[in-house]
Design a protein around this ligand. Structure first.
Ligand code: ARG
Length: 431
């Protein structure tokens, strides 16, 4: 049975093809669908399209459905297309004609839009929390290992001294930049599309400010066509944030794989957090970080998938838009899983605190020694040449002293300043 049934049922093949994954995916929209309906009927009552007593019974029935959803007892039955249909069927089964009144002044097009806005808002906040946890983990590791030196590379060649303080702290600050995109995506999601109906508004005098307020949106998409256009744009904005975070995390995962390698030996994890080989008995592999790297790389394709799916669609609703859910829903889940896993692993990371005493890292200190000579009055280019000639002749002996004091350097990490920036991002999200 379809909401739009007019005396014939579509062919089974057609139904399965067009419904696709919706019965499973829409389960994640269920609570938002009910919240959207509650706001919509309150508004319908305020403009005289429902009586107070009709509103009361509808609200009670919707609260019961919400409770069912929370108990995990709600399902989209076979033969029912989507969550919007299921909720309406439950209401009409219980309340008859009153249930049939709920859809005045709206369409499934703005219903799914509002569900998705509410869903995205919550998902982005969950991502923000996971990012913030990982941020705090990076910062505390940066503080804890602030004085432990490690090699810094350029061109993957030994370059200058770095430290675990810098390494961990760098990923913390990088996440702050990603959060800028997340805040923008959140602001785009935080606008009410309800009332745009099929995409062109309604001849009922809908009070859209009221539903905006009831659903806690910051503002509304005023133009009803723009509201419909926000399907896909909201997801796309979110995908940019997802991609940025995934890129940072994937980069870190790569570092970890490399630094765990015996040739580097900078870090390790307890045996039970590594994986083995079926043939090589000695193996302790970094599979966690390899899977994380792979997942994070895939997540960066989400914005491309969205771009291709929505490119050049005609203005107004098109069913292609349904497939956005297939792309975006797993993406937010995967990202949060990766962020949480990274945080978990970092609780157990072991840091090698004696890396630089190995002679192969001697050349890390050449710049330090050039700078020391420069400070004692030798012109920089001359000091550079002196140390360079020592290196050429195999006579260079590093002093192994590191004196970095400027902001953001080994000796002055500025973690508090970075924490302040992150705080600003979180408070832009109302946290
Ligand atoms: N499942 C549909 C979607 O996600 C719901 C909206 C259906 N609207 C329509 N005109 N067929 O887009």
């Amino acid at each position: 049975m379809k909401l739009w049934s007019k005396g014939f049922e579509p062919d089974k093949l057609i139904e399965e093809f067009t419904v696709g994954q919706d019965r499973q995916l829409d389960m994640r929209l269920a609570k938002y669908d009910v919240q959207g309906s509650m706001a919509h009927i309150r508004m319908l009552e305020s403009i005289g399209l429902l009586s107070k007593s009709e509103l009361d019974v509808l609200l009670e029935a919707l609260s019961d459905i919400l409770a069912m959803i929370e108990r995990g007892e709600f399902e989209i039955e076979p033969g029912v297309e989507d969550v919007h249909s299921q909720v309406e069927f439950l209401l009409t089964a219980r309340l008859g004609d009153i249930g049939k009144k709920i859809h005045s002044g709206r369409s499934r097009n703005d219903q799914v839009l509002v569900d998705l806005k509410l869903f995205m808002r919550d998902e982005l906040l969950r991502i923000a929390d996971a990012v913030n946890h990982l941020f705090e983990r990076f910062q505390s590791l940066s503080e804890k290992y602030g004085n432990v030196l490690m090699p810094g590379y350029t061109h993957l060649q030994i370059a200058m001294p770095s430290s675990f303080g810098l390494w961990f702290g760098a990923y913390a600050e990088s996440l702050v930049d990603d959060m800028q995109l997340l805040v923008s995506a959140y602001n785009i999601a935080n606008q009410n599309p309800l009332g745009s109906a099929a995409g062109y508004g309604s001849s009922f005098p809908l009070d859209r400010s009221m539903t905006t307020r009831l659903l806690g949106f910051e503002d509304m998409h005023y133009n009803v066509v723009a509201a419909q256009m926000s399907r896909g744009k909201t997801e796309r904005a979110a995908s940019f944030a997802i991609s940025a975070i995934a890129s940072t995390l994937g980069h870190f995962a790569m570092d970890v794989c490399m630094y765990m390698c015996q040739n580097f030996g900078f870090i390790s994890f307890p045996d039970e957090l590594t994986t083995g080989s079926s043939i090589m008995p000695h193996k302790k592999n970094p599979d966690v970080f390899e899977i994380m790297r792979g997942k994070c790389n895939r997540l960066q394709s989400v914005s491309n998938e969205i771009a291709l799916l929505t490119a050049n669609l005609p203005l107004g609703y098109n069913r292609d838009l349904q497939l956005l859910k297939d792309i975006v829903f797993p993406a937010t889940t995967t990202l949060i899983e990766c962020l949480d896993m990274c945080d978990f692993m970092l609780q157990h990371i072991k840091v090698n605190d004696d890396i630089l005493s190995d002679k192969k890292y001697d050349y890390l200190f050449t710049v330090e020694d050039v700078n020391r000579m420069t400070l004692s009055g030798v012109p920089f280019r001359e000091a550079y040449r002196t140390i360079g000639l020592q290196v050429q002749a195999g006579e260079y002996k590093p002093t192994r002293e590191v004196h970095h004091t400027h902001q953001g350097s080994i000796g002055n990490l500025c973690n508090a300043e970075i924490a302040r920036k992150m705080k600003k991002m979180m408070s832009a999200l109302g946290k």
